[in-house]
Write a protein that binds this ligand. Structure first.
Ligand code: LRH
Ligand code: MN
Ligand code: MN
Length: 389
């Protein structure tokens, strides 16, 4: 933590932060009621990388792109990694998908039928093969598994099946690879979810070992959940693998991070910094869908929102805060935090951008670049993200 006058240290820390953008955010998406297609959206994984490279070019802090398999299926993942590199970005987290096939109606790794479980585990292992080819460090696991009705399946047996599958994947990981287990309290299952909360994810990861870490998707909690507490606790236990950032007003809305509740994002980032997370292996990923807004500028805006929350959190005067806390001065302690939150950090971030040689206003620079016009003219028949259809 820094003192308020420590602007060079704050700037230096901001320059080290990297935000991973998700391939699926570049494609068309929507709700189950309607997908509104946008002109110029990518038709291939390669074109998603082209767009991600623009986000990195204008923000300077989005060097990696998460893939979702099979949404981003290609024949040669090594070649895709080279394609990314040639455009100045890298392939990041590999997201597994064991929720789309008809076979998964009653679950994937927790399914009562062993044949379906074997199919799901085979997909997860294939994702690790892909990581080997792309050089990715992280495998992100999210399971739609659960039940809709009391009695539908045995809650405890499903946990046993989950543990068995996770252990098989863990075994397959290389020395420098990790698996990030994501929880979500409901949807698509409405009665039980097999990984509903951080505690369940933590319990499984603890048993598995150091290479298994919990990922916090900010949209996956019940209203009123204190997410920063979860962040503080997981960091304290060395079990916070990363974030899927997005905003929610109601359920898993997947809106732009920092749009619904920038104060919550600040509180989360404060705990990240307090726990040493900015300098650790915590992955800062976006997991969003841009259903009605232009996608590339929305992703740029999201990256900037994460940076702004981080900058404010870095500005918290740690010394003053500790003094107020120790002396039991509740109002003074709260004021220290609010003082940082209420600071306009946009000029500071503009300076950071100038110092790394990019335009201080990424959105304006993107609009001036002509990229939107180019892709609208060149790309006809863009693909759906695969999500929310
Ligand atoms: C599930 C989830 C998970 C998926 C992504 C598309 O709601 O957050 O991370 O992989 O959405
Ligand atoms: Mn997610
Ligand atoms: Mn989600």
């Amino acid at each position: 933590m820094t003192s308020r006058s420590d602007a060079p240290a704050v700037k230096a820390a901001l320059k080290t932060q990297a935000v991973e953008t998700p391939s699926w955010a570049y494609g068309n998406s929507g709700t189950r009621f309607k997908v509104f297609a946008q002109p110029g959206v990518p038709r291939t994984p390669q074109e998603k990388l082209d767009d991600a490279a623009r986000v990195h070019e204008h923000t300077g802090v989005a060097p990696t792109v998460a893939l979702h398999i099979p949404w981003d299926k290609v024949d040669d993942y090594g070649a895709l990694a080279t394609y990314a590199k040639e455009r100045g970005v890298r392939l990041g987290t590999i997201n597994s998908n064991v929720f789309q096939d008809d076979d998964y109606k009653l679950g994937s790794v927790c399914h009562p039928d062993a044949a379906v479980r074997r199919k799901a585990v085979a997909h997860l292992l294939e994702c690790v093969d892909i990581m080997d080819a792309t050089g990715s460090r992280d495998l992100k696991l999210w399971f739609s598994d659960g039940t809709n009705y009391p009695g539908q399946d045995d809650i405890r047996s499903r946990q046993d099946r989950l543990a068995e599958a996770l252990a098989a994947v863990y075994e397959r990981l290389g020395d420098d690879q990790r698996m990030l287990l994501e929880y979500k309290f409901f949807e698509p299952a409405f009665y039980t979810t097999d990984v509903p909360d951080w505690g369940t994810a933590y319990a499984h990861c603890l048993k598995l070992g150091d290479k298994a870490q919990v990922v916090v998707d900010t949209g996956h909690h019940a209203p009123g959940t204190n997410i920063e507490f979860i962040v503080a606790l997981l960091l304290r236990e060395g079990k916070l693998g990363g974030f899927d950032f997005n905003s929610r007003f109601y359920a898993d809305d997947d809106l732009m991070v920092g749009a619904a509740d920038p104060f919550q994002l600040f509180r989360i980032m404060y705990e990240v910094i307090r726990g040493g997370g900015l300098a650790s292996d915590v992955a800062f990923m976006l997991d969003q869908c841009h259903n009605i807004e232009a996608k590339i500028p929305a992703i740029i805006r999201s990256v900037m929102n994460v940076q702004e929350a981080t900058a404010k959190a870095l500005l918290v005067d740690g010394t003053a805060l500790a003094e107020a806390q120790v002396s039991g001065d509740v109002l003074a302690a709260n004021a220290v935090l609010m003082d940082a939150y209420n600071t306009d950090v946009r000029p500071l971030l503009a300076e950071v951008r100038e110092e790394i040689g990019i335009d201080p206003d990424p959105i304006a620079a993107y609009h001036r670049s002509g990229w939107a016009q180019k892709i609208t003219e060149e790309r006809v028949g863009g693909t759906q993200a695969g999500w929310g259809a």
